[in-house]
Design a binder for this molecule. Sequence first.
Ligand SMILES: C[S@@+](CC[C@H](N)C(=O)[O-])C[C@H]1O[C@@H](n2cnc3c(N)ncnc32)[C@H](O)[C@@H]1O
Length: 269
Amino acid sequence: MRIPPLTGASVMHIDVLTIFPDFFGSPLQTSILARAQQADLVTIQAHDLRDFTEDKHHVVDDYPYGGGPGMVMKPEPFLAATEHLIARAPAGTPVIFFTPQGQPLTQRRLRQLTEYPHLILLCGHYEAVDERVRQTVVTEEISLGDYVLTGGEPAALVLIDAVARLVPGVLGNESSAEAESFSQGLLEYPQYTRPDELRGMKVPEVLLSGHHEQIRRWRRKESLRRTLARRPDLLATAQLTEEDHNLLAEIKQEQQQQAPAPAEASADI
Ligand SMILES: C[S@@+](CC[C@H](N)C(=O)[O-])C[C@H]1O[C@@H](n2cnc3c(N)ncnc32)[C@H](O)[C@@H]1O
């Protein structure tokens, strides 16, 4: 058969449908993704869409009806391949098509995706994919951002990387995924390592204190400060505790104290 059998009993299996399966070679054989696969926590198979063409030249694109620039990916190979993949996947497996017209990928959606043992990812190329693919086999459309890539492969790789590290056991230290940006709706606090002083810049005293509660509070406050400064939109949906609201009030008070008094600034003019 054109699709190799599923191997082992990994926690998550990801099928990728692409015209460039080699694109995934090196990234999937490197670092955490490589280890995750060796440990059978995540298995990933990139399938060549051309294997599902019926003609001798393995053509996957054609001219757009109505004219215009670029080529449109033919529906038949996409449908044949995706239906094969769906048939061997558990019922309800998400079939994700990457497109700039999809929902932006978020950490929240990635966490939800870890609840599925199997994902099917479809990569488009050229000007478009025939609309009937989206209408029949696709359950979800995901965008990497408001810009246009040449193909869905980089988007698939980003999703694979980001979802794999959330699969239990993939990261050595589970708590590292819990504290980092977006996991609690906030950006992560600043991090430091040795030396404790570099070019006149000192590591905040509290981090050297060994006082766990003060360190926790400092980190939470800096996380809030950073989110307020860089992504205030996140604060609207983050689940903030009473302590968080108090810390935010402290931060705003500090900012007011640091801001130059408007009367002084205009007095010299
Ligand atoms: C050149 S793009 C086609 C863009 C299409 N003409 C449009 O305006 O929506 C080719 C393929 O790259 C992928 N792609 C491009 N930008 C993307 C993005 N921001 N997020 C996810 N996939 C993207 C999609 O799979 C798309 O089918």
